[in-house]
Design a protein around this ligand. Sequence first.
Ligand code: NAD
Length: 349
Amino acid sequence: MKITTVDTPEHEQVIRFEDAASGLKGFIAIHSTQLGPAAGGVRMRPYGHPDEALNDALRLSRGMTYKNAAANLPLGGGKAVIIGDPATEKTPALLRAFGRAVQSLEGRYWTAEDMGMSPEDMALIGQETRFVAGLADGEFASGDPSPITARGIFNAIRTTARHRFGSADLTGKTVSVQGLGHVGYHLCRLLHEAGAKLIVTDIDAAQVAAVAGEFGATPVAPDEIYAVEAEIFAPCAIGAVLNETTIPQLKVGAVAGGANNQLATEEDGQRLHERGILYAPDFVANGGGIINVATEILHIANREEWVAEKLEALDRTMDRILTRAIAQSVSPNDVAEAIVHEILHQEAA
Ligand code: NAD
């Protein structure tokens, strides 16, 4: 396997790997190990150009530094990308070769599942390296993170409601939920149990029928979700859904959901702020997922107690962000980034 270093100004270490025998090619980007070993999933996609894959790795690994720091975890930020179509090009030989690329970094980067990957794939990668999380079996295997991710988002919704509407009580409040997959389904259950009314959508009709039936949710078509009247909008499907087209349509007081990279551009944080819509930064709201994975990386024995403490700390961070954003009348996303810089700065001092 050929491993070469890519020089980049902001990241600690970036490698390019290429294995002719298995067809593996891609990048591992370590943005920061200041708080601990870099952790972040591996994504496999048929990128059009290697630069596109490199840019994804650089951007996503930086995002992991922010997410891990906001979740108060002793982990840095990293991410790996494999160039190829997971449906046709993912083979055991390719996955094992990727495991060797991870191993070459000697624990400075821990990999896990992301788009195009499964727990079975992690097991194959694990034949070549111990620096892999997201395994289905094993003493510290952390399993499906989505119930804990949903719990963290639920807490974020309550805290956002307290700041925006004066009470964290969700009884009778309407929450619109986009995306009813792993995270969205569990979130709807928690919201329903808390007495909230639900307006939901998904491109998968079976998911919509399940949530409508189980939790009495009102379904709407996918492109109608932005314009429904609700107290809170919870995006739990895909990224970039908060943009110049959707934000003017919103009839909500707050946005708090689990999807990654909800803001299409930095200006969209400002756009929400100008419309008086309180935005719970996504990389804080959805930190439960990495908290769950961290139990596996850090070999946490008293798992339940540890996760509960971390979720409480995450909620306090959200509270701090929203308190400061409201006091200074600025976008919570800007405050969240500033708070992460403060955490990293304190560690460095
Ligand atoms: P998932 O694939 O299980 O569910 C996503 C759902 O969104 C699917 O049901 C899909 O049909 C639906 N969807 C896709 N495009 C849509 C559209 N345009 N309109 C409406 N619905 C649409 O994924 P998930 O694990 O539930 O993750 C959801 C989001 O949360 C993703 O952005 C993911 O990156 C993020 N996230 C997930 C976790 C986790 O623990 N699973 C952790 C952190 C962040």
